[in-house]
Design a protein around this ligand. Sequence first.
Ligand code: BEZ
Length: 187
Amino acid sequence: MLNTADENRRRHDLHPDHPVWLFGYGSLIYKADFPYLARRPASITGWARRFWQGSHDHRGTPDKPGRVVTLIEAPGMVCAGMAYRITPDVFEHLDHREKNGYLRFRTPLTFADGDLADGLVYIATEDNAAFLGQADEQAIAEHIARSEGPSGSNRDYLLHLAKALRELGALDEHVFRIEQFLLAGND
Ligand code: BEZ
């Protein structure tokens, strides 16, 4: 399934007057191009952020997809990100923006201050047509270094994400190792 926007519209019965929490772990952390009611650092447990999803429409093209993050099940692991309180109409924009394989799932969230809530998160599961899967982190860095698409270079996506994670105080070895390989490749 290459365009997940229609499927996402059908997936959840959201009441237009009831705001929901959306957990962001990728570009949503640093690119909030949508209205929100509140924004709070948060994490989800049991998932790892991985550069395993192909990007045909943002950081690559259908012929030369870039690599962007998705979540992979990882029991016990904690994935830090940013949660946004949004009204359901905002999904019209987000479902279009993240239509390349991402589906919305319900998830428990833990805010940085320990509060708990239920929310939604976009995940590109391994059965989606744009999934690229696991690769050596150096190979991922090389792939990112040569990719670009309508939203800009794949390199900028990685560097923005790594910076945003550092600002959140989040340790993400996968992202930081790929960043190191990418920056070393420039010397
Ligand atoms: C995120 O930041 O959570 C995200 C970004 C792009 C697609 C799906 C999720």
